[in-house]
Design a protein around this ligand. Sequence first.
Ligand SMILES: [Zn+2]
Length: 131
Amino acid sequence: MHEMGIVTHLAKTLDEMAPEQHITKYGSVTLQVGEVSGIITDLFVDCWNYFRDRHPLLKDCDLKLETLPAISYCGDCEKEYPTVKYGRECPYCHGGNTWLLTGNECIIKEVEAETDDENKNEEELVSVEKL
Ligand SMILES: [Zn+2]
């Protein structure tokens, strides 16, 4: 299952990041999910809940999902257009020489976590990583 693989990778990434950043507990993680990534959000949340119960660091971690719009680029007329609406055919010149610029990725946009650093109880980490 596609979703399970991504969640596995996400949980692993967060686990690995914890000792580096002195994280004791995760509060939330925000993921940007590409419009044409093929990820089914409901399944994704199910997988997340499964993992959350098994990772002490993620026990109270909320998963926030944001949609990243899909954009295609036309190599003939050099214009960009929304992929979901027009598909592979460019709406300007009706050519087929097009490719996806963005929209099939899954990115960690933001992580909120508590650290064991006494001066900073809550730290907001911004990390952008392709999963
Ligand atoms: Zn075009």
